[in-house]
Design a binder for this molecule. Sequence first.
Ligand SMILES: [Zn+2]
Length: 73
Amino acid sequence: MPVYEYVCTTCSHKFDKIQPMGATQAECPHCEQPARKAISLFTATATSEDGLPMPVTGIGGGGCCGGGCGCGV
Ligand SMILES: [Zn+2]
């Protein structure tokens, strides 16, 4: 299951929580108030929200040369 990073809206405590895909809510272990999702570590690494691998070609398009070499950018 993916690991989600949350930030408590009340005390700003940050914590990671392993939750089922698509989960958006978690409770702060510090003050037990609702926390909002900061980033999904799982999604940030290699997958989309559907849990499918994201095409590498879609990331940083044109990054090979910054458009300076005329490679198709
Ligand atoms: Zn808190």
